[in-house]
Ligand binder design. Structure first.
Ligand code: FAD
Length: 141
């Protein structure tokens, strides 16, 4: 993984090392603007390749590229937003993920805390106890 302070890419992931796809590099551009970058398509892919080549001298020309724009990668955390609770109306079914109601916006931390809370809810539901400390018990179901 490489992090960049210049544009257009912000993070580059070697999918050969990470996912058994040798020669494939995934580059992430995270932005809230619309459009997310003034360049698009092949022009953006070329700019990213030039950026990578600055960090990796000798990088060969790209044989293939694809630009994916995910407009709804995360929900907009606006005031008054209603998010689903961990407990659902279906007995024994609980929700976990960054979209579930919590103190955090759509982040990795929010997803992890939601998962922990869902696990506590499941334990409660099953009549088990993870801890003796009441403060650590499920807060949302
Ligand atoms: C481009 C980008 C950059 C980000 N950068 C940051 C960052 O810097 N810091 C940060 O904290 N957060 C960042 N986030 C947000 C963070 O990635 C999410 O908040 C977090 O991954 C949410 O975790 P999750 O488990 O709720 O959902 P996900 O990570 O989305 O996991 C859901 C999983 O469910 C699977 N799935 C979906 N539907 C089905 C189905 N029907 N059947 C089976 N499986 C299914 C999906 O394939 C996926 O694997 C970023 C998000 C994006 C998109």
């Amino acid at each position: 993984m490489l992090g960049f302070t210049d544009g257009p890419g912000q993070w580059a992931f070697d999918r050969g090392a990470l996912a058994g796809q040798p020669g494939l590099i995934g580059v992430v551009i995270s932005a809230s603007s619309n459009p997310p970058h003034p360049l698009s398509g092949d022009a953006l892919a070329s700019a990213v390749h030039l950026q990578l080549a600055r960090s990796m001298p000798g990088l060969p020309a790209a044989r293939w590229s694809k630009v994916i724009t995910e407009k709804f990668a995360t929900f907009a955390c606006t005031p008054g937003l209603v998010r689903p609770a961990t407990r659902t109306r279906a007995a024994g079914v609980f929700l976990a993920g960054d979209h579930v109601a919590s103190d955090y916006p759509a982040t990795l931390e929010g997803a992890v805390r939601s998962g922990q809370n869902a696990a506590r809810c499941v334990a409660d539901y099953l009549g088990e106890y993870l801890t003796e400390r009441p403060a650590d018990r499920c807060r949302q179901c």
